[in-house]
Design a protein around this ligand. Sequence first.
Ligand code: NAP
Length: 247
Amino acid sequence: MKFTGKNVLITGASKGIGAQIARTLAEFGLKVWINYRSKPELAEALMQEINNNGGKAAIICFDASDENAFAQAIKSIVDSDGELSYLVNNAGITKDKLVLRMSTQDFNDVINANLNSAFIGCKEAFKVMSKQRFGSVVNISSIIGEIGNAGQVNYAASKGAIIAMSKSFAKEAASRNVRYNSITPGFIASDMTDVLSDEIKQTYYKSIPLARFGDAKEVANAVAFLLSDYSSYITGEVLKVNGGLFM
Ligand code: NAP
C-alpha cells in the first residue's frame, strides 16, 4: 500500500476496531495518533505496542463530539508534525432499545456520539487538508445504516446519515484533492458483538454468506486501502465489509 501523507488521526482508537486500524496503519508506515476518551491505560499500552514494533504512535485525549476539543487536537497534531493527511472517524456508541422505550435523549446521545463527532472531524480536517491540497478521510458507518435494525433506530439513523454526509463532503472537497469515503462493516468480532448470545450468533452465521463474523483486521485493511494512494480515484464511495450479508 502506498501513502503520500504521513499522519493519521483515528478517533476512539484505544480498543476494538479503532485499535486494529491503528496497528494496521502503523504497519504501513503512517504515524498514528490514537484518540481516546476515557481509558488512558489502553491507549498508552497500544502506543507502546506500536512503538515497540517499530511503528510510530502518539496518544491524544479528547471527546470527539466536542467541537473545540477536536479542533484543538487537530491543531496540536499540525503544530507538532506539520501536517495531517488522514482521518478515520471511528468513535461510536450504541444505546439499543425498542422504539417505544427509546427516549429522545437516547436518540440524541447516539446521534451526537456517532454522527456529530464525524461531522466535526470531517469539517475540522478539511480546514487543514484543503490548505495542503491533499487528504483522505474514512468514516466508519455500519451495515445497520444501510438496512436498518429493530432496536437500533438511533444507531441506524446516525450511521445512515454518515453515508449521505460523506458523499456531500466528497463533492465539496474534491476540487481541493480531499477524498471522503465510508465503510459499512457487518458483524465484526468485538466488544459490541461479544454481548450477543451464542444462539443469536449462530443464527447470524447462517445468514452471512461467508458464515462467520468479520475480524477487525479485515475492516482495518479496507480503511488502509481507502486512505491510501491505491484508491486515489475513489471518493464518496461506500465500501461494504460484511461477508456478503448485504449486497
Ligand atoms: P468499541 O469497542 O465499543 O469501541 C468504540 C470506541 O469509541 C471506544 O474506544 C470508545 O471510547 C470510543 N468513543 C465513543 N464515543 C467517543 C467519543 N465521543 N469520543 C472519543 N471516543 C469515543 O466499538 P467497535 O466495535 O470497535 O466499533 C468501532 C466503530 O465501528 C464504531 O463506530 C461502530 O459503530 C462501528 N461498527 C462496529 C461493528 C461491530 O460489529 N463491532 C459493526 C459495524 C460498525 P470509550 O471507551 O471512552 O467510550
